[in-house]
Design a protein. Structure first.
Length: 342
């Protein structure tokens, strides 16, 4: 007779997976495990709302009131509040940083402060919401630098190399959560009937042979000579150019996810004709750095065109950066052409 422990077909929930990851760190206290689980819960709540995103205007006009007694909100505001409310009181965080808030968000005085900092973009690709195109949540977790008390700006301004964990939740044809604590990259798909994220993509590695490239070619005339040459290379201008297909969703999490699984490169360079944004569009702390962490964990690479994203020490909270991310040889090719041509 087969005993229960020998029975094949174990279901790996995200909770169990995070717990097993924790066992690789004997010094771990379980706080990070719980924090990641809180983020997964926020992902489930946000996912349940994304399917109603198109109804917001209609429901809003009818004065629909939600359980907190508030008017129905736009999805990005809802996602931002959901992540905050599931994390402000747990004693695991010293501060939060949201794309939606100018300053670090303190933990209310009535709750204890913890040892982690959570930085997040609640809805990345939010311009896509109105068109029913996938969007994502991107998150980054740092250990605080200061010893105790409320988190400080210094705690929030850390290079990607210090990350304790990072990941994203993709609200697409299914909802996926992909994360890393520095032990590889693991993907989970939300089973809407069970209401749980189940391991569907263990140990993701970027394939050696890339398939796609992703960039907004509408801006091509605004890019530097090096980036223009990189684009020509991807379009097949050189004999040794890879044969790639172009795919650009305009939601970083979605474009990154595709290239992570299929191999490829996403880039959002400096707009040389927009002097107001000398550093491109994407934010270092909660867009570029967490995805760079995942890319490197999956055997890829991320650069600002001259140096590794993970090495950049942020100077201000919402610092922007050019981003080239995905298969290592392609990102290094971009660096080479930028080095040669600017
Ligand atoms: P957001 O966080 O305000 O949504 O902006 C970030 C998004 C990325 O997800 C996406 O890759 C990029 O902006 C698209 O920008 P563009 O429309 O200029 O191509
Ligand atoms: Mg964003």
């Amino acid at each position: 007779m087969i005993t229960k422990t020998e029975e094949p077909g174990q279901i790996m929930t995200i909770e169990r997976h995070i717990l097993e990851e924790q066992r690789h760190h004997p010094e771990a206290t379980g706080v990070l495990t719980q924090l990641l689980y809180d983020i997964a819960l926020a992902g489930k709540v946000i996912a349940s709302r994304t399917v109603r995103a198109g109804l917001v205007e209609i429901l809003g006009q009818t004065g629909d009131i939600n359980v907190q007694g508030e008017m129905v909100q736009k999805l990005d505001r809802f996602a931002d509040l959901t992540i905050y409310r599931l994390n402000d009181h747990t004693g695991r965080l010293a501060a939060l940083v949201s794309e939606e808030d100018q300053y670090p968000i303190p933990i209310p005085e009535k709750y204890p402060c913890g040892k982690y900092i959570l930085l997040y973009d609640p809805i990345d690709g939010s311009s896509n919401i109105d068109y029913n195109i996938p969007v994502g949540t991107i998150f980054a977790v740092h250990r605080r630098i200061t010893a105790e008390g409320p988190g400080t700006l210094e705690d929030t301004l850390q290079p990607g190399n210090n990350l304790a964990a990072a990941g994203y939740i993709l609200y697409g044809s299914s909802t996926m959560l992909v994360y890393s604590t520095g032990q590889g990259v693991h993907g989970f798909t939300l089973d809407p009937q069970v209401g749980e994220f189940l391991l569907s993509h263990p140990n993701i590695r970027i394939p050696d042979k890339p398939a796609y490239f992703s960039a907004n070619l509408g801006y091509r005339s605004r890019w530097s000579e090096g980036v223009a040459r990189f684009t020509d290379y991807l379009l097949g201008a050189e004999a040794e150019s890879p044969r790639l297909s172009l795919r650009y969703v305009g939601s970083l999490a979605a474009d990154f996810h595709r290239n992570l699984l299929a191999g490829g490169v996403y880039y959002y360079p400096v707009d040389t004709k927009d002097s107001k944004k000398p550093q491109g569009k994407l934010r270092l702390a909660y867009e570029a750095a967490p995805l760079a962490f995942l890319a490197e964990q999956a055997g890829g690479y991320a650069s600002d065109g001259t140096r590794a994203i993970l090495e950049i020490q942020p100077e201000v909270l919402h610092q922007r950066t050019p981003l080239f991310i995905g298969s290592r040889p392609l990102v290094e090719k971009a660096e080479e052409l930028i080095r040669l041509h600017g």
